[in-house]
Design a protein around this ligand. Structure first.
Ligand SMILES: *Cc1c(COP(=O)(O)O)cnc(C)c1O
Length: 395
């Protein structure tokens, strides 16, 4: 045995935290770490946000779980609010991102089934995608490292190179149901699809009778400075998966769809035990109270500029360590010249937490309400890490 009763699926760092406050995590030793990883873009409002804590505690004293055999008022309210603030008419709540993606794929397949075209079940996705770790979502993501050893890849997914819209068009066949993408790839290395590509994909889907699915699990819920990232491009999907930041740290997720796209999802065809649980709904509603409040998203944009300009200055100072700063809003990536794992470790030495991604990138995805002071402190630590690596390289 390797010393722990847990599956060995994670290469965990030895850090262990006892509590959090805002953008800070406090280790058992009392050491404080500035967290620009935010639980991989989950802790959208930092730790122990008073409005979220009170929403959860208040609901905990009333009712935890109720099956979906009954009406759940928090679900109805959150569903209405999400529909009012987006392209969607209909919402289905799940517990995790992968389940939301599965729900999105099932919704697309049922749409064509309801239209009398059950043969249309395939989904086109893009290289570098990450859609989750279930059997269908690893097939959708198409990454060999996640598929290996798990038997035949689930059928129904065709992958084309990143942002190659011509290839996507060529890949459309009589069995194609949908095109699915993250408007900004997260795990793939903070890679935004150009607005023009999103618009072309929308046109393509309309022309060919396909559904457009956006995976906004990481880039949504204010992360890019709009409620959802696709708003920057002025296009809307037919179906969208939302998770991570929507729960502010409480596990919850959702499938959003237009009424037309959701028309095959009739009573009995889909379900979940925990999805839309009253505790999750209380927290989700509280997260929306904050993120949709007047001026909040403008502040995300302003803070993003502060962080991005500071990062650009560090990149200019240490071109041997940093190749490029990319991303939008508070979803930024440092493309490294040194191995990204090394850069991430150097950041940790400075007591700043970040998250590695594909393409030799380190993600900086702080809480959306990170303070200016914490951004300045973070930039100093990032500079310190770059300096340490630059000095190490020149020795
Ligand atoms: C995290 C993530 C998922 C999977 O979410 P889980 O909650 O881990 O199942 C899917 N898509 C994207 C873009 C993600 O970032």
């Amino acid at each position: 045995m390797s010393g722990s009763a847990l599956f060995d699926t994670y290469a965990r760092s030895p850090l262990s935290f006892e509590k959090g406050e805002g953008s800070w995590l406090v280790a058992e030793s009392g050491e404080r770490y500035l967290d620009f990883g935010a639980g991989i873009a989950v802790n959208s409002l930092g730790y122990t946000h008073p409005h979220l804590v009170s929403a959860l505690v208040e609901q905990a004293g009333k009712l935890w779980h109720l099956s979906n055999l009954y009406r759940i008022p928090g679900q109805e309210r959150l569903g209405e609010r999400l529909a009012a603030a987006t392209f969607a008419d209909k919402v289905f709540f799940t517990n995790s991102g992968a389940e939301a993606i599965e729900g999105a794929i099932k919704t697309a397949r049922r749409y064509h089934y309801a239209n009398g075209q059950p043969e249309r079940f395939r989904t086109i996705t893009f290289e570098g995608a990450f859609h989750g770790r279930t059997l269908a979502t690893i097939a959708a993501g198409g990454q060999a490292k996640y598929l290996e050893g798990f038997g035949p890849k689930a059928d129904g997914f065709d992958q084309v190179p990143f942002d190659d819209i011509d290839a996507a068009e060529k890949a459309i066949g009589p069995e194609t149901a949908a095109i699915m993408l993250e408007p900004v790839q997260g795990e793939g290395g903070i890679r935004p699809f150009p607005a023009q590509s999103l618009r072309r994909l929308r046109e393509l889907c309309d022309a060919r009778g396909l559904l457009l699915i956006f995976d906004e699990i990481q880039c949504g819920v204010g992360r890019t400075g709009r409620f959802f990232a696709h708003e920057w491009a002025g296009v809307t999907p037919d179906i969208m998966a939302v998770a991570k930041g929507i729960g502010g740290g409480f596990p919850m997720a959702a499938v959003l769809a237009t009424e037309e796209a959701a028309k095959g999802m009739v009573p009995g065809v889909h379900g979940t035990t925990f999805g839309g649980n009253p505790l999750a709904m209380a927290v989700g509603n509280a997260v929306l109270d904050v993120i949709l409040a007047d001026g909040f998203l403008d502040e995300v944009v302003r803070k993003s500029l502060l962080l991005k300009q500071g990062l650009a200055a560090v990149a200019d100072e240490f071109p041997d360590v940093i190749e490029e700063i990319r991303g939008t809003g508070l979803m930024l990536g440092v493309k490294c010249k040194v191995p990204n794992a090394g850069f991430n470790a150097a950041l940790r030495e400075q007591k700043l937490l970040a998250v590695p991604a594909g393409g030799n990138v380190v993600r900086l995805i702080p809480a959306l309400n990170v303070t200016d002071e914490d951004i300045r402190e973070g930039l100093q630590r990032i500079r310190g890490a770059a300096k340490a690596l630059s000095a190490a390289a020149s020795n």
